[in-house]
Design a protein around this ligand. Structure first.
Ligand code: NAP
Length: 340
């Protein structure tokens, strides 16, 4: 049986990835900063959990409790687990949080990712057994690219981040390419925004769907947002996790854009959420707060996933309206997703 070590296992993607890998017969080990409430088994170094995770790791996953910035701990876990595949999903995953603490973001999302990559490389060298690496990269590494009309972001778009998050991700992305040149099966998935009922509430999409549900149920009066004109390419998280598995299992290591190729504005997301909740006349329920506007916010980010489609046979299966409706249904208590 192949063995995977996944960081960020308690996050949105980590929880779906654990399920997908277990379904395919992988043995799954995960890194979490605190022990899971239930479901997964934990290695002895567990500490009491201070705050609930946004998603619980699947049953059947072995959790190793520690921090991505703790290199000696990671070295001992890799020695013990001896994974065939390391997937790095952990990090400060929000642009807003990276502006609040750019140095911490650089340490966790950039430097710690590269430290883990080096540890995976050393493991491979020491035992002569291939260790594959998959890094969760981001569309934010491209910043505000100058594109021709109708052109989407691809793997060839110049890397020029405009946020601390994008810069930290760019460092891990470029270094993954360095290790690929060195002979390691090291890939990146360049993820565009992807959502699900397991998205943490700090993200605008989940804030929208949970607030719309709260308005419907009389627990909130208003939805307060920043820039509603920002346009993003939003996909369904389990589809993106499917791309990760395909990239990890693919013969040739490479960088793969994972995106739908279709952009919608935050305002479109709001409209779809109210539609999903059955509310037609919602304009007076939404307010703009300039304090919520980001210092620099790329206006449009649309991805060209032709390479993933051609080489991995990957394609998105859930469209925009459907994914928003699924999130609203969950927040109204109408779905069976095992999220919080
Ligand atoms: P998420 O839900 O925010 O999960 C982030 C994970 O990172 C959590 O499990 C968290 O664990 C872990 N983590 C944070 N700091 C850590 C540390 N110091 N040590 C160990 N673990 C730490 O993120 P996601 O949406 O699943 O995204 C997965 C990856 O894809 C991230 O790297 C993200 O940047 C990237 N990505 C996501 C999107 C998207 O739209 N979702 C788009 C582009 C790129 P704890 O809960 O234990 O702190």
């Amino acid at each position: 049986m192949a063995r995977a070590f996944v960081t960020g296992i308690t996050g949105q993607d980590g929880s779906y990835l654990a399920e997908a890998l277990l379904d395919r017969g992988w043995e799954v080990h995960g890194l979490a900063t605190s022990p899971p409430a239930s479901g997964a088994s934990t290695t002895p170094a567990g500490m009491p959990s201070a705050s609930p995770a946004s998603a619980s790791p699947a049953s059947g996953v072995t959790i190793h409790v520690g921090d991505l910035t703790d290199a000696p701990f990671l070295a001992s876990v890799l020695d013990e687990v001896r994974p065939d595949l390391v997937v790095n999903l952990a990090g400060i995953s929000s642009v807003a949080a990276s502006w609040a603490d750019p140095v911490r973001c650089a340490e966790v999302t950039g430097l710690a990712a590269v430290t883990l990559l080096e540890l995976a490389w050393r493991l491979q060298e020491r035992h002569g057994i291939p260790v594959r690496w998959l890094q969760a990269s981001s569309a934010e590494i491209f910043g505000q690219p100058k594109l021709a009309a109708g052109e989407a972001i691809s793997e060839r778009t110049p890397i020029a981040p405009v946020s601390p998050y994008g810069a930290a991700k760019a460092f891990a992305h470029v270094t993954t390419g360095v290790y690929r040149t060195r002979g390691m099966h090291a890939s990146t998935v360049i993820l565009f925004n992807h959502e699900s009922p397991r998205r943490p509430h700090a993200f605008v999409t989940r804030k929208i769907t949970s607030t719309v549900a709260a308005i419907v149920q009389g627990r909130a009066d208003k939805l307060v947002l920043g820039n509603q004109d920002a346009r993003r390419d939003w996909g369904w998280a389990p589809d993106y996790v499917e791309a990760m598995v395909r990239a990890a299992e693919h013969d040739r290591a490479d960088d793969f854009v994972v995106a739908t190729g279709v952009a919608h504005s935050v305002g479109d997301f709001v409209a779809a959420a109210f539609a999903g909740a059955g509310i037609r006349d919602w304009a007076s329920l939404v307010e703009t707060d300039p304090a919520l506007v980001r210092p620099t916010d790329p206006a449009v980010l649309v991805g060209d996933a032709s390479k993933a489609r051609a080489e991995l046979g990957w394609t998105p299966t859930v469209g925009f309206e459907e994914l928003v409706a699924r999130m609203v249904a969950h927040d109204l208590g109408h779905s069976t997703d095992s999220a919080d």
